[in-house]
Design a protein around this ligand. Sequence first.
Ligand code: PGA
Length: 249
Amino acid sequence: MRPRLVAGNWKMNGTRAEILPLVRSLKDGLNPAPRAEVAVCPPFIYLPLVGELLEGTPIALGAQDVCEEAAGAYTGEVSGPMLRDYHCRYVIVGHSERRQVYREDDGRVARKFSQALSGGLIPILCLGETLAEREAGNTRPVVERQLRAVLEQSGVAGLRAAVIAYEPVWAIGTGRNATPAQAQEVHAFIRDRIAERDPETAASLPILYGGSVKGANAAALFAMPDIDGGLIGGASLSAAEFLAICRAA
Ligand code: PGA
């Protein structure tokens, strides 16, 4: 069985005053530890605080982004080794908001993925098409192109210590999730593309679904054979919703 993971992407949300009760409720709600691995990805500045609060709990810490270089003159950036220093286990790479708002192209995302690996982090690589791309029938070519960039940079071996998140851009923050069948179709496609290069890696790689996952739709999504958990945005800011999703996984 593949490991299951539910990761909360807090994005640029939360103040100190909001984070303290949220983490407290998660700690209480996830004791005893669930079967699925659970991680939260706070904004950079809160990583030390949340890391300290999570010490001794089964909840892992992740970051939302990483620089494609290990150190040097990159104003405003945060490196993989810095994230390890603050006990991050995961880092999200190539989220569609990074790709769209900050113009990160496939090449940069691939270099970030590679930096995450060399920094000892588990990258959560986000892939996904926009609504226009889906409507033009280009979901598969787009996802394949995004995946290929990473395979060319890091090889299929790079995916052995990684997680993929399929996140259709039209489903993120819109309240409109992909149906379990729509998501399953793309997850299976991604797994097949990887299996062509290395069946073992493909079989053991967790592929998460992200995009308007809530307590109410999580179980149906996670019941699909190639959906191994979720990358959760909005619903990860509510302890009750996030805990319901973790239980579903
Ligand atoms: P959402 O975001 O759950 O708010 O749709 C998912 C994500 O962006 O990772």
